[in-house]
Design a binder for this molecule. Sequence first.
Ligand code: PEP
Ligand code: MG
Length: 571
Amino acid sequence: MEVFLGIPAADGTGIGTAFVIPDPVKRAIPQHHINIDQINRGWSRFEAAVQTVTLSLSEHLDSLSKTSERDRAQREVFETYILMLEDPVFKQEVRDFYENQLFNIEYTVQFKAEEYAAKLRQAGNYYLSERAQDITDVFGRVLDEMLDIHPFDINSVPDGSVILATSLSSADTIILSKRKIAGLALSEGGVSSHVVILARNYGIPTVVGLEEISKKVRNGETVIIDGKDAEILVSPDRNTIEEYKAKIREEYQRKLSLRSFLSKPAVTKDGTRFKLYANIGTPEEAEIALAEGADGIGLFRTEFLYMAQSGASLNAAARSFSEQTQFEAYKSVLQIMGDKPVTIRTLDAGGDKLINSVDLPAIEEKNPLMGLRAVRLSLEYPNILKTQLRALYRASVYGNLEIMFPLITSVDQVKECLELVNVVKQELTSEKIPFQEDTPVGIMIETAAAALISDCLSKVSDFFSLGTNDLTQYTLGIDRENQHVSGLYNEFSLAVLRLIEMTVRSAKENNIPLAVCGEMAGRQDSVMVLAGMGIRNLSMSPKLISSTKELLSRFTIAELEAISAKHLNNL
Ligand code: PEP
Ligand code: MG
């Protein structure tokens, strides 16, 4: 038996079969000249690759529903791809270039496809620039076929796997959540990285910071994963397996014992009421939130909604930015939650949550977490924000909606967002589309800048929600995704606690509601500190709601205040 130690990320124990997800292979296109007598062989390879790709696209097309809205978008993409592959004019251009320049076929195809895409992009027309991405994608598939590169299909992961990988995208994690995954062992990632947040939401035991783990374990080996102690046990003996099976049974028993808290309100030993909300990333998770006894949704991360839809074609994800698709998702969450409040956050894309969209150019940034992320991106591309706001306001009549802007750093930024809110309201009014006029509009306090000016921000916001993940990251200058500095990522740092304290004071003095929706809101040690600081609204992974109720029921407010005071006095 071999044991590997990492960083604890998502609690829970799992036993399963190792499944190694290979690192993505970068497409390297060879470039060289060929002889005339090699032309036909190269051309046949190109035609064979086109045929294989066309066939696989047609098969996928056949598997899609002809009636569903989401499938309709994908159908359009695949139909366009097939037309492009069959386009005789483009094919002749490739052939002419190939025969005249005598470059190898792979380079020829890449060169001509890029040239074609660039022309379309330069046309400056939305529709044509969308086609440019299609060209790049579809001929990329042809090149992969010729170079024998087979991108890993996340859907091929079997149930019961313990997944070992260097890293995982949020989109892949969402797809995996639909499977019965025994655990996740990653080389990269920090405790509040988004993959980890998602794994926690889906109850997948996770360990990160396991150096080169995907090279150390072979497919098919039995693996035990212990999320709490951050251990991976490979090829354990029978006794060890029995020991961990007992642990899994214990965890299950604890879950059962917490069920008595499901329908109870969250109250301390001395009767102070707390509101415990759920953080979700997809509409389906609203059902889980309700079943876990959430008082509402405290944070709907809408960027995950887009990521979850990437499916078989990246471009299909781009199209799902449509107002109607968003409207339906928001409406569904509001309807599921009934009269309970639902806080939906506008797109927090960028940084580590990249989204492929025709509305956004591919943005190359040296330091994306400091870059065009969240509200900055939305204000740079206001059409995206406007579409989202229209969908939100249209959905507002179906429940108790609150709208929230992420990564705010100035009053002007909020004002700019509110101007767009007004434009959208006016548009809907003139189109006679009903909406909830007094939908509260609030902001996330997740930068030191926002906390420091929270008194001013409270004048332009209906509520605050503290995003302690980013607040910690930006205050301490510690990349929350980076396993090399994760030991320094400390939410209990006095600097972070003082910023929280300052925000709580501003909210209180200006009489606006405040919640915490970062990971601190659901962890037992930090819940006590936040509660002792006067915070009464906590939003967390739905799976943590019962255990948080149980925790609060064991303490009085005075006891919780004493715990906070210790931290705030740096004792
Ligand atoms: C946060 O930063 O604490 C937060 C809740 O937002 P996210 O984790 O999505 O960045
Ligand atoms: Mg954040």
